[in-house]
Design a protein around this ligand. Structure first.
Ligand SMILES: [Zn+2]
Length: 370
């Protein structure tokens, strides 16, 4: 008995050392002694813990996000439903306020609620939003607009023009240039001093200043339908480059928009490719945080999609085989908690079970807005 206990202790000791010595698992002295000045909030739409796990199984190694120094869990229910949609969850993550499903940046009575990006902007920070969907779509809209319904995409585009955001990169050009009211909002953006870009290459060629990148008419294709696997990581890196030009720091929201679609389609391959793509952008953000103490990176989801699980079966030991079967309990969103991976300065504040509304509240506290 004694010997077994000693062995267990040895194993635990070994695990402790193994975890502690993993470079990414430890917050550096510089990160610990800094104050938070840059925040990169990364949202995997529909990304539950199983989505992360099956992507990691496919990769045959830990994902970048698994190198987070602290990990928590967030509850995602909305004001009117135990299962949220992206509009209500995005509003919770952007404003710290629960609202009804379908609502964009407004409370349950449709009153606009100021979001964390707007507050950062008022505090003099640079701000940006990077997505793979239309920039007018639910999640990015909650950081840029206020609307009673996520369906009001033409109105949301008008709000985006007026938002003051420094950099945005995504799809949805049609909502700016082929509108029911006939207005050309890209001209409005130019009048407000934006460099309007229609390709990522044009963003790369832009030295500085405000950038509005509408890289496609609608949304980008999924990875399995041909999206360039460098798009999201490049867009993230370029947004960071453009925003990191302000001694008051920056706030950037990055969304891996299509992990959710894989869940709706009960398509594991779709989820894996989109999660791995999102993770490449996470690596860019973590690398930036390593080199720039004072940077906090949070990687979370607005909700889980698909009720995805890993059942027992004949494929049990084929961890990297494409034939492995996963089980979806629904083709919709679920109300289970989602992961919160925290990296860099201030990451220790997110190592707990929280409500999704706690995330922007804590960010605000750490940024010490006046
Ligand atoms: Zn969805």
């Amino acid at each position: 008995m004694k010997k077994i206990n000693a062995n267990v202790a040895l194993i635990l000791l070994f695990l402790g050392i193994a975890v502690g010595s993993h470079a990414q698992g430890v917050i550096s002295k510089e990160q610990a002694s800094s104050e938070v000045r840059n925040v990169i909030l990364m949202i995997g739409d529909g990304m539950g813990v199983t989505h992360v796990q099956i992507a990691s199984m496919r990769a045959g190694k830990s994902l970048a996000m698994e190198g987070a120094q602290y990990v928590g869990l967030a509850k995602t229910y909305s004001a009117n439903n135990r299962v949220t949609d992206s509009a209500a969850a995005g509003t919770a993550l952007a404003t710290g306020r629960k609202t009804n499903n379908g609502s964009i940046g407004v409370d349950v009575n449709n009153n606009p609620v100021k979001n964390i990006r707007e507050k950062a902007q008022e505090a003099g920070m640079s701000t940006g939003v990077v997505v793979t969907c239309e920039i007018t779509h639910a999640t990015p809209a909650t950081f840029l607009a206020h609307a009673a319904s996520r369906k009001l995409m033409d109105d949301i585009a008008v709000d985006i023009v007026k938002s003051g955001v420094d950099v945005f990169i995504g799809g949805g050009r049609n909502y700016f240039e082929k509108r029911e009211d006939g207005r050309n909002l890209s001209d409005s953006l130019r009048n407000r001093g934006y460099n309007v870009a229609y390709t990522l290459e044009e963003v790369i060629d832009t030295q500085n200043g405000k950038v509005a990148a509408l890289v496609i008419d609608t949304k980008l294709p999924s990875i399995i339908n041909g999206r360039d696997t460098s798009y999201l990581e490049t867009a993230t890196a370029e947004a960071i480059r453009l925003l990191n030009d302000n001694d008051k720091g920056f706030f950037l929201m990055v969304e891996g928009s299509f992990i959710d679609s894989g869940g709706h389609g009960k398509n594991a391959e779709y989820i894996i490719t989109e999660t791995l793509d999102f993770d490449r952008a996470v690596r860019v953000a973590f690398d930036f945080a390593d080199k720039n103490p004072g940077t906090l990176v949070l990687v979370t989801a607005d909700h889980e999609t698909g009720g995805l699980t890993i059942p027992s079966g004949n494929e049990d030991f084929l961890l990297n085989d494409r034939g492995i079967k996963f089980l979806f309990s629904t083709g919709s969103h679920t109300g289970v908690m989602v992961p919160v991976f925290a990296y860099g300065t201030g990451a220790q504040n997110f190592s707990k079970v929280m409500d999704n509304t706690d995330i922007p509240k804590k960010i605000e506290e750490l940024l010490k807005f006046k």
